[in-house]
Design a protein around this ligand. Structure first.
Ligand SMILES: Nc1ncnc2c1ncn2[C@@H]1O[C@H](COP(=O)(O)OP(=O)(O)OP(=O)(O)O)[C@@H](O)[C@H]1O
Ligand SMILES: [Mg+2]
Length: 366
């Protein structure tokens, strides 16, 4: 932990004292979401627990069903302390359900999960003390100011008034909302709301931070700001970060390791490079004017093309030597009377990995 950022955030690195909230000091706790009700008392009254594992997140056969729908269908994963782990999947894949279980907001219907070493079911209070969460739909009160929200959060964690003041100032600078701190949340842009929610999740200096689609709906500038904060929290405070995303680029750029989830199952896991290398070959992507099924057949017969797939508009051919295959593909299509709108040669992306594993693309237009 060093560098200008570490100095700038000052107190953030030190865990506040008293860290376990004091029973009875529940001013403002009436605003807690239901699932948190009463946790302060339980957290400070229980026996001293000991972490069961060194892993920051560890799940075994973790499941959650809603009626007959299996939202998370048996997930095994292990995230080391200090990792940025990207949980990548399309709409409805089970990302939020997974996060809500890991954050003790939703009971698993099968399997086990430990977060920061503690069981999310039996030791939920221990887990809650050690995690920060920014959910997909930040439930911020429009009538509060940013400062009020952060102060409330500090009180909920049992921080003293002076600690709260210092921390609010540090956090506001950290997420770059200093100027707007005393404005009502209603006046914040989408990106500012996300960053305020992130600051609120950091008040008690969690060891594991969960971010559910932290940049969905943000413009590119706001997105890269959030990415920068995530990188800094990880690099300079050593915070473990578990983030879900449906953006390939986000997983690729930000995560040390990526787990790809589809239909509630983890279908692949590894570093972005490792996952992309598993596709192994060059890709020739052809946007055609006519029927892609016909074009795919033509391309599939070209020497050097090892396999071919197609979606609404584009045909994708895999080949060991892209440079040598582009011209024959173009000639074959022209010979068959298929119009070509665009032809590109590229290396695999995480979307190609997803396509290979599931038959679908994450990003429809990728
Ligand atoms: N409370 C619920 N009741 C019934 N079904 C649910 C509930 N919550 C989630 N599901 C279903 O579980 C599946 C996974 O949902 P989940 O919200 O975890 O997906 P997601 O990957 O977070 O999607 P998105 O990218 O759209 O946020 C979906 O089919 C969803 O409809
Ligand atoms: Mg979700």
């Amino acid at each position: 932990m060093s560098g200008p950022y570490r100095e700038r955030i000052g107190t953030l690195a030190e865990r506040p004292e008293p860290f376990i909230p004091v029973p009875g000091k529940r001013s403002g706790a009436g605003d807690l979401p239901g699932a948190w009700d009463g946790w302060l008392e339980r957290a400070s009254g229980g026996e001293t627990a000991h972490p069961m594992t060194d892993a920051a997140v560890l799940t075994e056969g973790l499941e959650r069903s809603f009626g007959s729908k299996m939202a998370v269908a048996g997930v095994d994963l292990s995230v080391d302390p200090g990792e940025i782990y990207g949980f990548l999947g399309p709409n409805g894949a089970g990302k939020s359900t997974m996060v809500r279980m890991l954050c003790t907001l939703l009971r698993p219907t099968g399997g086990r999960a430990h977060v920061a070493g503690y069981d999310v079911g039996r030791e939920a209070e221990e887990v809650r003390l050690r995690i920060g969460v920014a959910l997909q739909d930040a439930a911020l009160d429009d009538k509060q100011t940013g400062r009020e929200l952060l102060r409330l959060q500090g009180r909920l964690y049992g921080l003293r008034r002076r600690q709260i003041d210092r921390r609010v100032a540090d956090l506001a600078e950290l997420v770059d909302i200093g100027d707007a701190l005393d404005d009502r949340v209603a006046t914040y842009s989408g990106g500012m709301k996300r960053r305020l929610d992130l600051a609120a999740a950091l008040v008690h200096n969690p060891t594991v931070l969960f971010l559910d689609e932290p940049t969905t709906g943000l413009d590119p500038v706001s997105r890269s700001k959030v990415w920068d904060e995530v990188r800094r929290l990880n690099a300079e405070l050593g915070m473990t970060i578990f983030l879900t995303t449906q953006y390939l680029e986000e997983a690729d750029q930000l995560a040390g390791r990526v787990g790809i989830i589809s239909g509630g199952r983890l279908v692949a896991e590894g570093t972005p490079d490792h996952l992309k290398r598993s596709i192994g070959e060059d890709l020739v992507v052809i946007e055609v004017a006519g029927d892609p099924a016909v074009a795919a057949q033509v391309v599939g017969n070209v020497t050097g093309v090892s396999s071919v797939s197609f979606s609404n508009r584009a045909v994708t051919a895999r080949t060991a030597d892209g440079a040598a295959t582009v011209a024959p593909v173009a000639v074959a299509l022209s010979g068959a009377g298929v119009g070509v709108r665009n032809l590109t040669l590229r290396t695999p992306t995480l979307d190609d990995v997803f396509l290979e594993l599931t038959g679908n693309r994450i990003e429809e237009d990728a």
